[in-house]
Design a protein around this ligand. Sequence first.
Ligand SMILES: Nc1ncnc2c1ncn2[C@@H]1O[C@H](COP(=O)(O)OP(=O)(O)O)[C@@H](O)[C@H]1O
Ligand SMILES: [Mg+2]
Length: 514
Amino acid sequence: MSSQTNPRPLLRMSAIAKSFPGVVALGGVDLEVGRGEVHALLGENGAGKSTLLKILAGAQASDSGTIELDGLPVVLANPQDAHRQGIVTIYQEFTLAPNMSIADNVFVGREPGSRLLINDRQLDEATSQLTKSIGLERGPRTLVRDLSVAEQQMVEIARALSMKSKLIVMDEPTSALSLAEVDKLFEIVLGLKAQGISTIFVTHRLEEVFRICDRYTVLRDGQNAGAGAVAETSVEGIIKLMVGRELKALSERRAATEFGPVMLEVRDIVRLRTVTSPQAIELRNVSFNVRRGEVLGIAGLIGAGRTEMARAIFGADPFDSGHVLIDGVETAIRSPQEAIVHGIGLVPEDRKQQALFLSLAIKTNLTMAAHDRISRWRYFIDSRTEAGLVDDYRQRLNIRMAHPDQLVANLSGGNQQKVVLARWLALGPKILIVDEPTRGIDVGAKVEVHNLLLEMANSGIAVIAISSELPEILTIADRILTMREGRVTGEILSADADQEKLMKMMTAPIDRAA
Ligand SMILES: Nc1ncnc2c1ncn2[C@@H]1O[C@H](COP(=O)(O)OP(=O)(O)O)[C@@H](O)[C@H]1O
Ligand SMILES: [Mg+2]
């Protein structure tokens, strides 16, 4: 790897420290990146990654520490200093001007008149050359506001290239991209590498690290937790560095032949677009079943109708025709309240908007659905029972909180999701539907949520897991259904599936006559 063959790395950050009032964000961190190297900066939320990168971008001052480029000490007091040194940072929130053209954004601050470019035509030509070199098929005069997120990111990269960068830094560049867009971004990164340009990138998707990165650095609680060559480690190795402890292996699953009887059967659910909701995604004859103890994964692209299907079954949205059978009995569900009575739970995609009461305490969020168990008379909560229940779930789910009276808003995403799951566990559902159960949460918490879902299934619950992350679906599902444009397009046992097969099934052409 570059920094091993080259005794003098391109970048060496040493003993970087940075505190905010009450928080040590970085307690003396080192980072070394070689020339032409793709370097993964990893760590759970709050580990200090963004702070370190802001210091490298000259956007934030460190309290102490040194930075060397090509072996020479540099001072990066502001973003211009960093640009002059060939370091360009692309942030999670883009810094493009939406009402300006691609060309103006790429060359902002250096328009005609500067020694580089004389007039509009040269500006457009220079822009086209850059955008074409990274595969952005848009004219230089296109307004940035008309571009997709992926295209905007490419404009940021074109801007970085225009500055003759040596090092491009990207903080979570793939979190808002589709699989195809991620592929394209990685092609660009490999193209940069071929030109000797280094990239540092932050991601929460560890499979990306193994696809594209040469070396990695892991931070934990503002300290170095480990670094090395990607080829010499594994996903488990990196997770262990990130969370600082050995995670429990995934729960053992029984063979598909050992699942119980069908718990939920969905037959021919149809939901048509109405005049009042012309944008709604239609459901076309959606049929499937889930057995007791089984995890059914639902894969599909955005707009495939997965969330709509879940909401229809849960009684959150009406449907036009079709049947839902629970335990073999046809059941009409007209509202979420009725769904809950029939033993169906739904953990929605957007836990902040739909699942949690952010301004209420953890204990209230945890126990609100289980009031029958903790109140002696309907409206009086027995605080001892409540405390016991909260403590029980806190231990079983490893929910990290300061105190049960703490507001849910102050928990990390992973711990918030555990609170939502605990609330359903307390209700003892027969069928649990989870929609993007680990979106935006840390790897450590992710493995714990996966384990929790598998344990729920092992206890006899029929679990339906909707996810856009194919590795996640392949990890937790026993059987996988693919959907596209409101239709079920295929079904496969997890054991027989891989990402490529699933992608094919998710994008299979649709027979519209059917
Ligand atoms: N501007 C700030 N003011 C106060 N605390 C901050 C600020 N920026 C970051 N922090 C804190 O510093 C720590 C590291 O944050 P950050 O660098 O954003 O981590 P990461 O990017 O790895 O998630 C966190 O505890 C965070 O709350
Ligand atoms: Mg960050």
